[in-house]
Design a protein around this ligand. Structure first.
Ligand SMILES: [Zn+2]
Length: 366
């Protein structure tokens, strides 16, 4: 029984969850020190090793000399070992808050560390490649790099700072992947609504969450291509601002509070194949979206609308483009079995989904 079903009467409980504060704009990182000071004088900062050197100076100057600050470099993966080790360092430092800066794995590690120590958490995404930063989930990996599980955290980050100067200077491929992840949000929200499935924390979503998911999709269709053009020039303009908001905030609120379905179910299945590991999460979600639309048997006009938009953005639309040149039955069956595990998110679709159906739609995307 889900949490939402404990309601008295026949109407379910509905819920949404949010980060405490979300700040976005060019140069927003300069507010890091002032925001951290609200939680106390000692901040423990976990910095993505990929951008450590580029950001260290910016972080130090954001803190001035007014706060104590400890900066450590993230090990690269979000494992229980990494989390335990950083928890040890942070409590030895007697931190008042945990700050994570970087991509998804560094941010998820920081959220898990803050959760473990029951400390306030601030995150600074340096790419807009997924909708993970605002959520109360951390994706935990095994030491060998395979997926372990999603850790459910007690609360969402207290502060999210999206500096669009930093984000728009990153390779355009990250922005495209975030658009892929964001494009799934409304489609999956609608699937959950139609089936009555719960969101990621066991309730049905409130209307507000569905309105946010709709705004996310509308924003991406309107500003996605222009934002990609700006990003390729390394320029941060109005379209970039709108798409960063959609990729990080709107999609984050939407997926968490409305629920996820077949697009993410298929991406989870695709992760079973080693050859997809060099593709980004949002690139595999893009394939998942097309698979979901085929499962739903939408009109070809609707399918083509999403597919041609993805092509315009530079997202993959075939299995070949995510590293699977020969889509054998065995491989597709392996993906389908993982996607269709009992109780998994693919069953949030309004129609029953079987492994055979998944193999059939993936074959159409070969
Ligand atoms: Zn996602």
């Amino acid at each position: 029984m889900s949490v939402g079903e404990t309601a008295l009467g026949h109407l379910p409980l509905r819920a949404v969850r949010f980060p405490g504060k979300y700040i976005q704009g060019p140069g927003a990182i300069r507010l890091l020190g002032a925001e951290a000071k609200r939680f106390g004088s000692r901040a423990f900062c976990i910095l993505d090793r990929g951008i450590a050197e580029a950001l260290r100076q910016k972080i130090q100057s954001a803190f001035g000399n007014q706060s104590e600050l400890s900066i450590v470099t993230h090990g690269g993966n979000c494992t229980m070992t990494e989390i335990a080790s950083l928890e040890g360092h942070a409590s030895k430092y007697r931190s008042d808050c945990i700050i994570g800066l970087g991509g998804g794995k560094a941010l998820d590690t920081s959220k898990a560390v803050a959760n473990g120590l029951n400390l306030p958490c601030m995150v600074v995404p340096t790419i807009a490649a997924s909708d993970a930063p605002c959520s109360a989930l951390a994706i935990i990996y095994n030491e060998d790099g395979s997926l372990d599980r999603a850790m459910h955290l007690a609360r969402n980050p207290d502060v999210v700072i999206a500096d669009t100067n930093i984000i728009s200077a990153a390779p355009a491929r990250f922005m495209a992947a975030g658009i892929g992840d964001g494009l799934a949000t409304c489609i999956e929200a609608n699937a959950c609504r139609a089936s009555g499935a719960d969101n990621t924390f066991g309730f049905q979503g409130l209307e507000l969450a569905f309105a946010i998911a709709r705004l996310c999709e509308d924003t991406l269709f309107e500003f996605g291509a222009r934002a990609m053009a700006e990003c390729r020039e390394g320029a941060c303009g109005v379209a970039t601002e709108r798409v960063v908001e959609a990729n990080i905030l709107l999609s984050g609120l939407g997926f968490e509070s409305c629920g996820v379905a077949a697009a993410h179910g298929i991406q989870d299945g695709l992760c079973e194949l080693e050859e997809t590991h060099s593709s980004l999460h949002g690139e595999k979600v893009a394939i998942g979206i097309l698979g979901e639309l085929l499962l739903q048997e939408v009109e070809s006009r609707t399918f083509n609308k999403y597919k041609s938009f993805m092509e315009k953005i530079g997202l993959p639309t075939t299995l070949r483009q995510i590293g699977i040149p020969s889509a054998t039955h065995d491989k597709l069956h392996q993906v389908a079995l993982r996607a269709c595990r009992d109780g998994d998110i693919i069953h949030n679709e309004p129609m029953p989904v079987t492994p055979d159906m998944v193999v059939r739609v993936l074959r159409e995307l070969a």
